[in-house]
Ligand binder design. Sequence first.
Ligand code: ACO
Length: 325
Amino acid sequence: MTTIRSVVLGCGSYLPEHILTNAELASRIDTSDEWIVQRTGIRQRHIAAPGEFTSHLAIKAAKAALANAGVDAQSIDLIVLATSTPDNTFPATAVSVQNGLGINHGAAFDLQAVCSGFIFALATADNFLRTGAFKRALVIGAETFSRILDWNDRGTCVLFGDGAGALVLDAQPQQGNTSDRGVLTTHLRSDGRHKMKLYVDGGPSSTQSVGHLRMEGREVFKHAVGMITDVIEDAFKATNTGPNDIDWLVPHQANKRIIDASAQKLHIAPQKVVLTVDSHGNTSAASIPLALSVAVADKRIKPNDLVMLEAMGGGFTWGSALVRW
Ligand code: ACO
């Protein structure tokens, strides 16, 4: 039976020029390269320049994705942008991106699910494309987390970085089985009982200020592996696939220890795991499309490869998506 799938036409990314190394951080606060690498796998992160906003990163990533897909911006009728660091409280950063791309038809909106934002945005766009509401979508993850970090809190400021990544999705008829190209299944979860374990201590309604990121790192770590593996297993079950069927696991890049433990629990071979946390840090909603762009550019991910995406983050929120490239 023919079905409509959201097929990936291309992907792209953008990282700010300035690189902040662990050694530079260690010269400012009481930390060390050894501590950061051993606990997280992070060696460096990119930091947006003064005046460089989330929308600027997103526009550059979107243009790279459109070029990679070989399609014109005017063919896009939906933009879903995942971010927790919008340019302004409103309007949505997505409309600045839409305007920056010279598009004034269709719809553009932001979506906020913190580090799981890209998976939630992908699932949202996929549902709109499959119903026929829109035909071609840009799904973007873009963040300037450097702006919400407490640079005196060594427990959090060493973990995050700035960046953006984007995918172009196209509604295309497919056969309706797991050999199809495109998004095969998505699984989204959240549990607000954990909302104070990773949060920003400000906002328009509560403090009328932006606030800073606060985190109980051990609590996040404790829940992360179980949540990630559960939702990947949901994707396996829904598609009657397993760890041996996937070509690549492209996880949210929070922490190498969380990624390694999740892959090991699921019996996914380490050589199938795409890792960029060492050079990007945790870029929240941007980390998955940034990692995808790296693995597509270096030709690891090829057309028809089966790619598992997963993320977990503030809320808590978590989710997975299985995509045939
Ligand atoms: N440099 C040196 N020492 C540090 C640093 C630092 N940057 N940060 C904390 N410490 C110290 C602490 O002060 C503490 O010292 P003490 O024992 O004298 O009190 C010691 O290191 C241990 O602190 P913990 O917070 O218990 O360290 P832990 O081993 O849990 O590692 C970490 C911290 C890396 C944050 C870990 O808990 C973790 O990875 N958690 C997951 C959080 C995460 O990845 N969040 C990302 C967002 S959520 C997501 O994207 C999934």
